[in-house]
Design a protein around this ligand. Structure first.
Ligand code: ZN
Length: 180
């Protein structure tokens, strides 16, 4: 039975440290961590989560986009657990969109990211996988991948003027996307 884990908040030094590779992906603790991260993500209305956010400095992240109260327009997809992920290549094209973070509650920021990326990772069944991701899902990956290196979305913003509270984001951006 998966357990909800506490989420490290900005200011916790663990969010600024570099995560370590997982060498034995089929050990039970890795399986349990994956299940707990997914349950924590769903409970918190997130679309992605990385192990350092629950206090474990390991290179494991979950991408699990679906529409929810925090991201009403997110696309639906089957959750993907990625162990030791790498960014293989990326498009030249960079797009800006709004992001939030479970570790930075209440705030949204406009963040530039690559529109399309190719990633490699190990799945929980110990198989090496390659995947092309684009748009919102690619954004989620890049956000979570940053957490493995101690980077948060605030570090990627062009201007702190491109920041708003959750309440304003849901009122201005989600309700009236054409006004962006
Ligand atoms: Zn985050």
């Amino acid at each position: 039975m998966a357990e909800l884990r506490d989420i490290a908040q900005l200011g916790d030094p663990i969010l600024r440290q570099t995560a370590q590779p997982i060498y034995h992906v089929q050990e039970e603790w890795v399986q349990r961590l994956s299940e707990d991260l997914l349950a924590t993500l769903v409970h918190a209305n997130a679309v992605g989560i990385a192990a350092p956010q629950v206090g474990l400095l390991y290179r494991l992240l979950v991408v699990a986009s679906r529409p929810n109260p925090r991201y009403p327009t997110a696309p639906e997809m089957a959750p993907i657990v990625m162990i030791n992920p790498h960014l293989i290549s990326h498009s030249d094209e960079i797009v800006e969109d709004w992001e939030g973070c479970l570790s930075i509650p209440g705030l949204r920021g406009l963040v530039p990211r690559y529109r399309e990326i190719e990633v490699e990772f190990t799945s929980p069944d110990a198989k090496l996988q390659r995947m092309v991701m684009r748009d919102f899902v690619a954004r989620v990956f890049q956000h979570e991948f940053d957490h493995l290196g101690g980077t948060v979305f605030l570090d990627r913003m062009n201007s702190l003027h491109d920041m708003m509270t959750d309440q304003e984001y849901l009122k201005r951006i989600v309700a009236h996307p054409a006004e962006m």
